[in-house]
Ligand binder design. Structure first.
Ligand code: PMP
Length: 424
């Protein structure tokens, strides 16, 4: 699939028009029509390895990877084979197939803290199940979360209060990520009612610089939970399998009691999971968490194949190396064209921001120019690499971003916002 030089969005525009009549807001959630920047396609027709194709036939090197799920590249053969085999025998049956047990065994072996596993569909299902199990296991109510962290789109944690009541959040308390003083204060406020501390693998809130946890912070979270008998819940929905194969906080030598996964565990097939330690096994068997589609087999077969493959090829090592190559290339280009940029977060899940660009307008222009040159980037959400991003693919993407930086510079744009406005 060669990168086209001009982008036509004829089919996309027609679909948007039809969608606006029958889908509120044209689309929902993070894909709602108004959230897709002008000049970006909304509808896609296919994916292959490191590339996605929109409905108008334009192909892009894909650095969103379906917003995280695609870790081995689109339509990875081993995963597709495993899914096809399950589909041939039946996916949605009266109960789970043996894939559920195989996958639970695999996850217990894979993740250092895990003594058991159970499965859901979406990350929100998994974080909600963790909160429910923490409350059941401790007999307490308060859950501490970092201010601004995303844990899903259900009332207790949705980033929007539209349609949500304050009662839905009654037992949610906030602290600042990486700020031990504010964590201490929130723990004190929760007092004897502290059921759990829910924390992301790293700070990846929308539109702000990403931050890895400090070792001291990760240990402080663990120490508080140990002292008061609360659950340390790691939300590894976004980062799992991209940073460390045994769990994202293994690097810090901190293990959670409960951990939520989704996104990459099944290379794009709908699956989420919760793993836990023995201390929460009986609570996990007492709570009623379920769904009509939580037992389907094909996504579980996909997860078994995905986990086997990420181990075989050391996915975190590859992603880190290729993310570092991308980052170095972007840094060199930015400085050559006179732009000041920040790159934050782990190289496997990079975020690129421009200095003096509080509303990410320059970032959006850069992504738009990159898109025109055949590379799909994001200016506010962290991006994702897959293991299909080989050195050759990264270099091809860098050729395109070089052209994008050059165009911005030629149009007179700079980190000074006034230039941006003149150039629009
Ligand atoms: N937690 C984190 C850290 C996430 O990134 C997400 C999804 N972006 C979720 C929870 C919710 O997952 P889902 O969208 O699958 O419900």
């Amino acid at each position: 699939m060669a990168a086209p030089t001009t982008k036509a969005f004829r089919v996309d525009s027609l679909l948007r028009e039809r969608a606006s009549l029958v889908i509120p807001g044209g689309m929902w959630g993070h894909q709602r029509a108004e959230a897709v920047p002008a000049g970006f396609p909304q509808f896609f027709s296919g994916g292959d390895g490191a590339r996605v194709c929109d409905v108008d036939g334009n192909s892009y090197i894909d650095f969103m990877c379906s917003w995280g799920p695609v870790i081995l590249g689109h339509r990875h053969p081993a995963v597709e084979d495993a899914v096809r085999r399950r589909l041939d025998s039946g996916d949605c049956l009266n109960g789970p197939s043996e894939a559920a047990v195989e996958l639970a065994e695999l996850m217990v072996r894979q993740f250092a803290h895990a003594d058991w596993a159970m499965f859901q569909k979406n990350g929100s299902d998994a974080t909600t199940a963790c909160v429910t199990i923490a409350r059941a296991g401790t007999g307490r109510r308060k859950i501490l979360v970092a201010r601004g962290a995303y844990h899903g789109a259900v009332p207790w944690c949705s980033p929007s209060m539209v349609g949500v009541t304050s009662e839905d959040r009654a037992h949610i308390l906030e602290f600042e990520f990486n700020d031990i003083d504010s964590l201490d204060k929130a723990v004190e406020t929760a007092g004897a009612d502290l059921a759990g501390i829910l924390v992301s693998a790293f700070r990846h809130d929308l539109g702000i610089k990403q931050e890895m946890p400090s070792v001291a912070f990760a240990h402080a979270v663990r120490a508080h939970c140990d002292r008061v008998g609360a659950a340390l819940i790691l939300d590894d929905v976004r980062a799992a399998l991209r940073l460390h194969l045994a769990g994202s906080w293994e690097t810090y030598n901190v293990r959670p009691d409960l951990c939520a996964y989704s996104k990459a565990i099944a290379n794009g097939y709908p699956l989420a999971a919760v793993t836990g330690s023995d201390a929460f096994r009986s609570a996990a068997s007492d709570v009623f968490v379920t769904g009509s589609f939580w037992y389907t087999s094909a996504p579980m077969a996909a997860a078994c194949a995905t986990i086997e493959e990420v181990n075989r090829i050391d996915a975190p090592g590859l992603l880190n190396a290729m993310g570092t190559r991308l980052r170095a290339g972007l840094a060199a280009q930015a400085s050559a064209y006179g732009f000041e940029i920040f790159q934050s977060g782990p190289p496997a899940m990079p975020l690129l921001q421009f200095a003096n660009d509080p509303n990410a307008e320059l970032g959006e222009r850069f992504c738009l120019e990159s898109l025109r040159n055949g590379v799909y980037l994001h200016h506010r959400h962290n991006m994702f690499l897959s293991t299909a991003h080989t050195a050759a693919v990264i270099d091809e993407a860098l050729d395109a971003t070089d052209r994008a930086f050059r165009t911005l510079a030629h149009k007179g744009m700079s980190n000074d916002g006034t230039c941006l406005r003149r150039a629009v």
